[in-house]
Write a protein that binds this ligand. Structure first.
Ligand code: SF4
Ligand code: SF4
Length: 90
């Protein structure tokens, strides 16, 4: 699983940067074509849901997704041949 921010939905409010216990979201720096500054992801493979959701079959954190007012955060399966990244941080 990998964490994805949907740029079409995100309005750059940065609420997600406040709630993640791993500080995976950082305020972005560069506006996109619509002028929205999308947060950057810092090693999203550290996210609890990215690492463990398949194993336990349920959402294990999801704070960022719950707080996002625009439903811009989701998890996707990696494509075939796309490397699966896993990082564990205590
Ligand atoms: S699910 Fe939790 S750990 Fe993963 S990015 Fe969102 S807030 Fe951070
Ligand atoms: S909380 Fe949602 S809308 Fe706000 S910056 Fe994060 S992804 Fe974008």
């Amino acid at each position: 699983m990998k964490l994805v921010i949907d740029e079409r939905r995100c309005k750059g409010c940065n609420l997600c940067t406040l709630v993640c216990p791993y500080r995976i979201f950082r305020p972005g720096k560069t506006p996109n074509r619509k002028g929205t500054i999308i947060p950057e992801l810092d090693r999203p493979e550290r996210c609890t849901n990215c690492r463990l959701r398949h194993l336990y079959g349920r959402t294990l954190c999801g704070m960022c997704q719950m707080i996002c007012p625009d439903q811009a955060i989701r998890w996707e399966e990696e494509k075939p041949n796309e490397p699966h990244k896993v990082a564990i941080e205590y």
